[in-house]
Ligand binder design. Structure first.
Ligand code: PAF
Length: 288
């Protein structure tokens, strides 16, 4: 197992990364909010395949939570996170505090906004969420200066938003995406799964089953409105309160007509007090 170095001061992080770069090493980065699970560990492994050294950050970012969201109760498990990261092959854990991340305070921070792709679906239901994500990811990129950074496809829209920011601002970082990691019953791994009561945990895999059904219906030629209506009804039937259950093109536009091509089915739904998101990428022309 790699011995992990935990850093809380920006000067020390910069000196560590600069030393690696002087030695000609490529630096990988995995940004997280902690309470890490196998999905995060797979991102460390992915970053490792593209780099010689890997930094992971743990920072519960206040600017991406809405006023009535779970910022204060978001699970914080620093010891477990450090042990898991070490086992996954991470070299350095970057653990900044709020003052390091936001020297003028979160409310006075310079903010990012990626138009259009930030404003639909998650962005429409969580106003300002992606501004907060991009605001912190831009800062983390400035702090760590990675050559390559890994993000999970479970947060599909976040992946598109970050990619757009990096391209538009010409950040000198390569982005790689890791596949969704699921529990054996299909539930996508998420730090928020631990909020689920035992009854809701038993119901939660229905989210994935509905996504699979959306794919089958689309590939069998059902019209999108019908696929989405049936998905919403199935979710309600299973005890969810859906925010959306939609089929979109890979860049999150509404498909025009029924022209075949890459699609993504996306769901956000509440189960009790827990809001879950998941998605499934597929090609509408293929079946199986
Ligand atoms: O995906 C997450 O955990 C967060 O949105 C991120 C990218 C670490 C920014 O806080």
């Amino acid at each position: 197992m790699t011995a992990i170095q935990t850093l809380t001061e920006l000067d020390r992080l910069r000196a560590t990364v600069a030393g690696w770069k002087r030695d000609g090493l490529r630096v990988g980065f995995v940004p997280t909010m902690g309470n890490l699970h196998a999905g995060h560990h797979s991102l460390v492994a992915l970053a490792r395949r593209h780099a010689d050294r890997v930094v992971a950050s743990v920072f519960v970012n206040p600017t991406q939570f809405g006023p009535n969201e779970d910022f204060t109760r978001y699970p914080r498990t620093p010891e477990d996170d450090a042990a898991g990261l070490a086992a996954a092959g991470c070299d350095t854990l970057w653990l900044p505090d709020v003052a390091t991340m936001y020297p003028f305070g979160p409310d006075a921070a310079v903010r990012m906004h990626v138009p259009a792709v930030s404003d639909v679906l998650e962005g429409a239901h969580r106003p300002g969420h992606f501004d907060g994500v991009c605001t912190v990811v831009a800062r983390l990129f400035h702090q760590v200066r990675p050559d390559v950074a890994a993000f999970g496809r479970k947060d599909y829209q976040q992946w598109l938003v970050v990619r757009r920011m990096v391209e538009d601002l010409a950040f000198p970082v390569e982005l790689v995406a890791g596949d969704i990691v699921r529990e054996s019953d299909g539930l996508a791994m998420s730090s928020r799964n631990r909020y689920l009561s035992p009854e809701d945990r038993a119901r939660a895999p229905e989210l994935h089953r509905v996504l699979l059904r959306m794919r089958v219906m689309t590939q069998e030629g059902a019209v999108r409105a019908q696929v989405e209506a049936e998905a919403n009804a199935a979710l309600r039937e299973a005890g969810f309160v859906p925010d959306y259950a939609v089929i979109r093109t890979a860049d999150l536009c509404e498909p025009v007509g029924e022209l075949p091509g890459p699609r993504v089915a996306l769901i956000a739904a509440r189960l009790g007090k827990t809001r879950l998101i998941d998605n499934l990428e597929f090609d509408s022309a293929l079946s199986g």
